[in-house]
Ligand binder design. Structure first.
Ligand code: SF4
Length: 386
């Protein structure tokens, strides 16, 4: 389990983290359920609760909208009537909601320590250095030739608002695991090369499926001089992948796939594209959480699936979405996103009862200068047809 520490980037877009008051500890499950439902009812249309698929059941059952990052971004952008958006997810998601919200709305993250280790792997100063060094290595970073840029930055939505702002200000775009291929196509229409961050695996898996050979992809290590690359490597690359990863999805292995196939010869494997390339190649299917849900749900009754993604979604598939199928986690121990898990029903109750009493805890406020440029990158994404 990874322990989340607040980075400087995050401190810039939040107020002081308020700890959960003692009176919200040691409540029974029933009391919590009753009080959350009562507070939600009292707030009525003034509040909308968004819940990511990796949230625990005790929280997600109160969500008005559930989904992956793309679906929830669209929901945040479209729910203009609610005064408060309570985002049960992680920090970068609530930041995106704050960037896309209507002027009268406020966004709250129930526990400000709910971050994402992948998002923390790309810091704005590292990106500025990378951009400058790529220029020194001969990559066109600031000039348009024949209507095309030399380098277009593309950031996975799992990144800070500051990273999205840099990307937006440099002609780039945000993607999610649902629309990564369409977004990369958009970017290659406008530029010779892409710098994809922070998840190397989503970038590699998506480009490989689009037919880009592996020898036209290189990895940029932000902790190395010139990213650990020679200028000739950068010149030849069509895709420069930031050296970042998800600590949850990279735990899945091809050995686990072999063991599953041995036990269930007719079973199928579906993997999230944050898994490594060998796992995605060895799986029968791959895709975002929304695609995983749809594929498993629409498969023939009685079929068997091993799912390579976060354990709460796998359990929900097994018990609620596809109870007529056998659904197991690919990792026998189950992969838990410990930061998603930080949003507890206790936090949700505290937030909602606070709003009823006119108090806002844990509001996410992205600074205006970041917001303007990050919105450019998010809006470009929302206009790309999937
Ligand atoms: S599952 Fe991975 S990418 Fe998603 S929030 Fe958790 S650490 Fe971040």
């Amino acid at each position: 389990m990874d322990i989340k520490l607040l980075t400087q980037v995050e401190k810039e877009s939040i107020g002081e983290r308020q700890p959960l008051p003692d009176k919200y500890l040691r409540l029974s499950d029933d009391e919590m359920d009753e009080r959350i439902a009562a507070a939600k009812k009292a707030l009525g249309d003034r509040v909308v609760i968004l819940g990511h698929h990796y949230q625990r059941d005790e929280v997600i059952k109160f969500a008005d909208f559930t989904g992956d990052s793309l679906k929830l971004s669209r929901a945040a952008a479209s729910k203009g009537t609610a005064e408060f958006i309570v985002f049960c997810g992680v920090h970068f998601m609530a930041e995106s909601a704050d960037i896309l919200r209507a002027p009268h709305q406020k966004v709250v993250l129930p526990d400000l320590a709910a971050g994402c280790s992948m998002a923390d792997m790309a810091a704005p100063d590292q990106l500025e250095i990378a951009w400058r060094e790529l220029g020194q290595m001969g990559v066109r970073t600031d000039a348009i030739e024949n209507g095309r840029a030399g380098l277009i930055p593309v950031t996975y939505i799992n990144s800070s608002a500051a990273i999205k702002a840099f990307v937006g200000a440099h002609g780039g775009i945000v993607c999610t695991s649902t629309n990564a291929a369409a977004v990369m196509e958009w970017a290659w229409e406008r530029g010779e090369k892409l710098l994809m961050l922070p998840d190397q695996h989503l970038g590699r898996n998506t480009a490989w499926k689009m037919g880009v050979p592996l020898d036209e992809m290189v990895v940029w290590d932000p902790n190395e001089m010139w990213g650990g690359l020679e200028p000739a490597q950068a010149a030849r690359a069509k895709l420069i992948l930031w050296k970042g990863h998800c600590s949850v999805h990279t735990r899945f292995t091809t050995q686990q796939i072999d063991a599953f196939r041995k036990k269930y010869p007719d079973g199928k494997v579906i993997a999230h594209p944050e898994c490594t390339l060998d796992v995605v190649q060895a799986a029968d299917e791959s895709g975002s959480t929304e695609r995983i849900i749809n594929v498993v749900k629409n498969s023939p009754s009685g079929s068997t699936w091993a799912v390579a993604t976060e354990i709460h979604l796998v359990n929900r598939l097994m018990l609620e979405v596809a109870p007529d199928k056998t659904v197991v986690t690919l990792d026998p121990f189950g992969c838990l996103c410990s930061t998603m898990f930080r949003v507890s029903p206790n936090h949700l109750l505290w937030i909602l009862e606070g709003l009823v009493e006119g108090e806002i805890h844990n509001q996410i406020i992205v600074p205006d200068d970041h917001k303007r440029d990050a919105k450019l990158a998010l809006d470009r994404m929302l206009q790309v047809p999937v």
